[in-house]
Design a protein around this ligand. Structure first.
Ligand SMILES: Nc1nc2c(ncn2[C@@H]2O[C@H](COP(=O)(O)OP(=O)(O)OP(=O)(O)O)[C@@H](O)[C@H]2O)c(=O)[nH]1
Length: 239
């Protein structure tokens, strides 16, 4: 299959037997926020269908993907789980801000500092040409820890409105903890909502996640179990 931008020479007549298979669209969604807010758990929850038994701080970026079918079309949702710790992210930043279709900002409802960091994360996205024209959502995670909540829904909703983002409060650990959601999986609904929005916007097709021209893609990171298609990307040297 040709990569985007290259041409394919084709001779002979096109019949249903020699037509190339339809390409699967890939939506690249980056997940951003302070260290420990639950980005790995949320992405794992969506791609592997469960809460990971243990996680370690993400180094560089991990990506997980899941094939879904929306209105009869198979779509690959690729979630890029970025490192929250500055020391683990700076070499990779250029890589994960390329060809992004949507951004998910995450804070921890039990950690006011993670909420107050959001303007800085929004600013970093803007500096990489990801402003309000790119679909963005705000997720308040760890709602299962009801006795420790520091960031109320009203203040979060006000922030989301100011930045024209929908707000979702959820829990990667107990995704059914939202009373109004009954037995449905709230984490699932959040990412599928983003995918529906992207599908209606007919975004770019990517054949593969972009691999940086410089540096080494390092397929090693302990700690998290992989979801469907889970890979871990660390980058060393010249990234
Ligand atoms: N109670 C509860 N704990 C959670 C939830 N989501 C994540 N955690 C816990 O929070 C800790 C950090 O979760 P991670 O998913 O590794 O956080 P992260 O944002 O990926 O962190 P970095 O990789 O350092 O950026 C882990 O101990 C998780 O088990 C949740 O919804 N509820």
């Amino acid at each position: 299959m040709a990569e985007s931008g290259s041409s394919v020479e084709f001779s002979g007549s096109l019949t249903s037997s020699n037509l190339p298979p339809p390409r699967t669209r890939i939506f690249k969604i980056i997940v951003i926020g302070d260290s420990g807010v639950g980005k790995t758990c949320l992405t794992y929850r969506f791609c592997a269908g469960k809460f990971p038994e243990k996680t370690e701080a993400t180094i560089g970026v991990d990506f997980r993907e899941r094939l879904v079918e929306i209105d009869g079309e198979k779509i690959k949702i690729q979630l890029w789980d970025t490192a929250g710790q500055e020391r683990f992210r700076k070499s990779m930043v250029q890589h994960y801000y390329r060809n992004v279709h949507a951004v998910v900002f995450v804070y921890d409802v039990t950690n006011g500092t993670s909420f107050r960091s959001l303007p800085a994360w929004i600013e970093e996205c803007k500096q990489h040409a990801l402003g309000s024209e790119v679909p963005r959502i705000l997720v308040g995670n760890k709602c299962d820890l009801q006795d420790s909540v520091q960031v109320g829904t009203d203040v979060a909703q006000q922030f989301a409105d100011t930045h024209s983002m929908p707000l979702f409060e959820t829990s990667a650990k107990n995704p059914n903890s939202q009373g109004d959601r009954g037995n449905s999986d709230h984490v699932e609904a959040i990412f599928l909502t983003v995918a529906h929005k992207l599908k209606s916007q007919k975004p770019l097709v990517l054949s593969q996640p972009p691999v940086g021209s410089g540096g080494t893609i390092n397929l090693s990171k302990g700690g998290t179990e992989g979801g469907e298609g889970a890979r871990s990307w660390g980058c060393s040297g010249g990234c």
